[in-house]
Design a protein around this ligand. Structure first.
Ligand code: NAP
Length: 279
């Protein structure tokens, strides 16, 4: 049995926590609103951006997951949720005895700036120009250059129960296929996100960096049309790029390292994942 802290215990963190409890581990879920945790998860109320609230962490912990997400999509929101919050948690855990075995940080595939449909993996340059990518990269470096053994997990777009925006937009007839360079969706189902994190915890000497996306970066329009077919509604129309916005493409993320580590996806592509949500 491991003693586990999930800092920022929200959509993914709760699923991960419940899974680890079922496996027999002792799990503490940290968030500002611990009263919102599901039954079965022990909560601890703290604000990762306020170091004084981390002074009485109920440790020691063997393994820590940092799965907090930014409450605001502004630069300040990203800076505090990722850079500041992660730095504060590392500082709070630094003197712990015995030391934390490993801290996993859920970063994002947004760190990549590639936009021409290129395949990217853990070895590819991650030099996104926007503040989201830059601040996530800076937070990754805080972890990997810090005193606690760390692993960065770059997660793609998470969908699952309660997060079915694409299905809803197709059902309402609001979805569109934009003309221009292909836009690939690098997605992962919530249960695979939690499943892969739990799996990595059990890997002997995990690597410092993993990509966490399913097997198939799928073209957005293909996904929308597949959903429309499944819902038996009209296929989304093809329209020019959004007014005033440049036509932009995306990258394709490769999950080979994670698969080689032994993780088997429950929802290998969007088809299995969306099928489960639709039915
Ligand atoms: N969602 C995606 O598509 C996506 C894509 C790529 C990467 N990721 C990353 O994957 C991880 C999990 O995503 P998610 O969707 O599960 O996140 P989420 O549900 O949006 O957020 C996780 C939890 O963090 C807590 N939190 C936020 N700020 C906090 C603070 N200052 N102190 C303490 N707790 C705080 C929030 O609870 P309280 O409000 O109660 O504090 C929230 O429930 C995140 O690190 C996210 O950045 C997500």
């Amino acid at each position: 049995m491991a003693r586990i802290l999930i800092a920022g215990c929200g959509y993914v963190g709760q699923e991960l926590g419940l899974r680890l409890v079922r496996e027999g581990h002792s799990v503490c879920g940290l968030r500002r609103g611990p009263g919102r945790l599901p039954p079965g998860l022990r909560g601890f109320g703290a604000d990762l951006t306020r170091p004084e609230t981390l002074a009485s962490l109920p440790g020691p912990f063997d393994v820590v997951f940092y799965t907090a997400g930014a409450s605001h999509r502004s630069e300040a929101g990203y800076r505090s949720a990722y850079l500041q919050g992660l730095g504060n948690l590392v500082a709070a855990l630094q003197g712990q005895e015995p030391p934390v075995r490993r801290l996993f940080f859920t970063s994002s595939t947004a760190v990549y700036g590639q936009s021409g449909g290129e395949w990217v993996d853990e070895e590819s340059p991650a030099e996104a120009g926007h503040f989201r990518g830059r601040l996530l990269r800076a937070a990754e470096q805080v972890l990997l250059g810090g005193p606690i053994a760390g692993t960065v997990v770059r997660v793609g777009g998470i969908y699952g129960p309660g997060r079915s925006r694409l299905i809803d937009s197709v059902r309402r007839g609001e979805a569109c296929c934009f003309e221009g360079p292909p836009r690939y969706l690098n997605h992962v189902h919530r249960d695979d996100c939690a499943g892969a994190l739990a799996h990595l915890m059990g890997v002997d000497r995990p690597r410092p960096l993993y990509m966490l996306v399913d097997h198939e970066p799928a073209e957005q329009c293909e996904v929308l049309r597949w959903i429309a077919g499944r819902l038996k509604v009209a296929a989304p129309p093809r329209v020019p790029p959004e007014a005033g916005k440049p036509a932009r493409g995306t990258k394709r993320c490769r999950n080979a390292r994670l698969v080689e580590s032994g993780y088997a996806f429950r929802y290998p592509t969007f088809r299995e994942g969306y099928e489960a949500l639709i039915t």
